[in-house]
Design a protein around this ligand. Sequence first.
Ligand code: NAD
Length: 417
Amino acid sequence: MSTRDVSVFGDAITYFNEAADQLELDAGMRQILTHPSRQIIFSIPFQRDTGEFEVYTGYRVQHSFARGPAKGGIRYHPGVTLDEVTALAFWMTWKCAVADLPFGGSKGGVTCDPATLSMNELERITRRYAAELVEVVGPDKDVPAPDVNTTPQIMAWFMDTYSMHVRQNVPGVVTGKPLEIGGSRGRVEATGRGVTICALDQMKRMGMTPEKASVAIQGFGNVGTYAAKLFTERGCKVVGISDITGAYYNAKGIDVEAAIKHAAHHRSLEGFAGGDHISNGDLLVAACDVLVPAALEKVLTSENASKVQAKLIVEGANGPTTPDAARIFKERDIKVIPDIMGNAGGVTVSYFEWAQDRMGYFWKESEVNERLEERLLDNLHEIQAIAESRKITIRVATYMLGIDRVVKALRTRGIYA
Ligand code: NAD
């Protein structure tokens, strides 16, 4: 069976079960935790600029409310399915718990290809998507955020639509907004910053010196771009970058600022002259010390895991490693900081944004960044201690920490059955 035949939610459940075994969770609790609270599928009719109508499918899955309102991004991508959104919502529950945020987990999506949509079409789809969810989202219910192909502008349209429907201004209904309407300083960079913070801490533990370390990053969107920029600022050499159009490798180091300018100008890395053009597959197995998959799921599989040359993988994307690949990395003693810790910087600053919106009082960027680093490192150190004392992988230790926090909340509230 190929890795694509196992659903993304299937991968997520495999990881959950490994940690649940360590925690000796009973069968009933496992059932409760592996069933989403609510799955919503709806139609999004919208009008093309040409005047014709089309119908897309929208999703919102709310996995858990045990620790607070659900929290999770919205993805616009042709590959969005109920299975994928459910897996992503499930991961949000553990991620918010690992980051010790007062949130449950959710995720949303629209099956569409934004590359074929004008700004006006994107706005109409977003407003209809938000209008369909008015009853089930809100600062105390479920708080969306950006994910693949969704931007601060899309969050602004979501917030405006919701606010119009409830007849009051509600900035806290969504995070990742532009600064002008209640966004947080530092949110745009937060996920990439979190990847870098986790990577540098783990590198120190492994005796690696940043100035001598090389990094390859798959995906040059929100997460990948800021990770590349911040790795460079911390002295590491970024040797490989990629986006959907292909990958670029330069053993002497990529000029990340030039790549950012190229991508901004051409809307992709296509034609970037600062490195050898290689395939996305080759980038994952290229010579480097640290590998950051920051695009989509299931890119590290049983087919390429034995060829990966990095000593450390920090997952910027959600679900980039299949359980088969994770087993190979364990055998090869390649350390992996999993998505629910590696990319938790984004949701952590989303939490700061939600808190600032509710206070109506906004922090300086330095305050945001300091609080982010402190929170991520406190939790990462707890995870590293669990992994070392139990002699288990960082992934299993991370899931254990997240699941245990959710179980404690559920048991304290009581299960209303
Ligand atoms: P984005 O849309 O800004 O960028 C995605 C990037 O991946 C683009 O450069 C795109 O060209 C590239 N890409 C797409 N398919 C590819 C392929 N087959 N091979 C190589 N590159 C490919 O998205 P993002 O917000 O940066 O999210 C990337 C990943 O990080 C996703 O898994 C997302 O769930 C996760 N994530 C994002 C955030 C956030 O705050 N944005 C937070 C946590 C996790």
